[in-house]
Each structure stands twice: as C-alpha cells, then as structure tokens.
Design a protein around this ligand. Structure first.
Ligand SMILES: [Zn+2]
Length: 249
C-alpha cells in the first residue's frame, strides 16, 4: 500500500515537472517579458536587441531600390495538417504542403501562423491580420511569405483551420479536410522582398522575406475567432538600417 502511494506521488511529481517543462517559453508581447525586453531574457535572444536586420519593418515604397531578377516560384498542393496553439499564435503544420523557389533555391513549406495586427507595415499602414508562411531549404535557410488580410468576406481557404481553433496554449489537433496554401495567396504575386529576421525570439537573422503587396480578405467573424485567443501578438516595426527592399513578382 505504501509503495502504491509513493508511486502515485511520484507520478504526480513527474506530471507536474512535465507540465512545467511544456509551458510556453517566458516571452510575451506586453509587460515585463514583452518585446522591448526579449534581448535580455536569454543569452540566445541577444540579437533581438543588437541585430541590424530585424523584422518586421515598415516598407517605404518610395525607397524601393529596384526589382528582382527572377519571379518567385510556388508549387503548393492540398495537404492534411495539424493545428497547434503554441502559446504565442495558432500554427498550422501541413504535411507536404509544397515549395517556394527563390533565385533557384527551393524552400519547403514548414508551417504557417498568424499575427494580429499585421507586423508588416506598408507606408505606415498596418492590416488587421497577417499570415506568415515559413519555408526551409535543405541547407536550413528560411524564407517567409507574408500574406496581409483586410476585413471583408470570409476567407474560404482558412475555413478548415478556423472551423476549430485550438483554444488553450499547448492544444493541438488534426485539421478536418485539407488545405492548399496556394489558395491563401492573392491573385497577383507582386511583392516586396528583403532580408530580415524571425519576428519572435530568438530573432535569428538571414531570413528572406516576401511580403505580398495585395491583401486578401478575412471576415470579421474569422478575425474575432483568432482575437479571442490572441488579442495582440505583433512585434513593433524595427529599424531598416539602409536595407535593400526590392519589388518582386
Ligand atoms: Zn510570424
């Protein structure tokens, strides 16, 4: 009997330890662990403060310096996906969702997630929502497509995701049906492209950004469903520091 109680107690201890370990990392968007404090929270986060090519940025269209040599190539396909509430956003992880090709380098779609309001600004204007489509090359390089949303009609491509958003941090479930990430893109592929960073700790640089010029639509009900979970999860714009911003196709 004693052994059994001891085992039960140990089980509780292990469970508690596991629960703590799986809690979201200690960074937030506001307050004592908010965006202006990220650099000091962990040694690995230092570049959030010292980096010279941080994201997001305000794209000043009059300062765009030219156009890219080649258009981006996208090849997306319908895919099953897992939907995860990771404590900072809702993240969708499609299985074999497709690829993005930039300057001959192929990047595989890894996941996409949302920020409200949009982190990117164009000539100072922000949008109610942005999706970041994160892609990774075989060498581990990252390329992110940002799709801006304006409020309007319901976004059909997002319906399987928004049909059942995981309510609590740590929740994860298989999405019903499939999603084709290509259906999230605007009809025009015109974009602004530049080198930046992850917009969340550890803020790692050397990320290729492709910000779609044309916003797509999201309904106010879809937006409200996301904001019920995350009212504000956007990092403020960072210094451009003379970075080259090009127009891409
Ligand atoms: Zn993001």
């Amino acid at each position: 009997m004693k052994t059994r109680i001891a085992t039960a107690a140990l089980g509780t201890l292990l469970f508690t330890a596991f629960a703590n370990a799986s809690e979201p990392p200690h960074w937030t968007y506001q307050g004592k662990t908010g965006t202006s404090h990220w650099a000091g929270l962990e040694a690995d986060y230092a570049v959030c403060g010292t980096g010279q090519r941080q994201s997001p940025i305000n794209i000043e269209t009059r300062k765009v310096t030219g156009t890219t040599a080649q258009p981006i190539g996208v090849s997306y396909a319908p895919a099953r996906a897992e939907v995860i509430n990771n404590g900072h956003t809702v993240q969708v992880e499609p299985a074999n969702g497709g690829t993005l090709t930039i300057d001959g380098v192929e990047y595989k779609l890894a996941q996409f997630h949302f920020h409200t309001p949009s982190e990117e600004r164009i000539d100072g204007k922000s949008y109610p929502l942005v999706a970041h489509l994160v892609h990774k090359s075989a060498e581990g390089k990252l390329a992110v497509i940002a799709v801006l949303f304006r409020t309007g009609k319901s976004n059909a491509a997002l319906r399987p995701v928004f049909a059942s958003l995981p309510a609590r941090a740590g929740d994860k479930h298989a999405m019903g049906g499939t999603i084709n990430v290509g259906d999230l893109l605007p009809g025009s592929r015109d974009n602004y492209t530049f080198i930046g960073s992850l917009t969340t700790p550890p803020c790692s640089e050397d990320v290729r950004w492709v910000v779609m010029k044309t916003p797509v639509s999201v309904s106010s009900a879809q937006l409200a469903a996301f904001r019920k979970l995350y009212r504000m999860n956007a990092r403020p714009v960072q210094a451009v520091n003379g970075r080259e911003v090009l127009v891409g196709r």
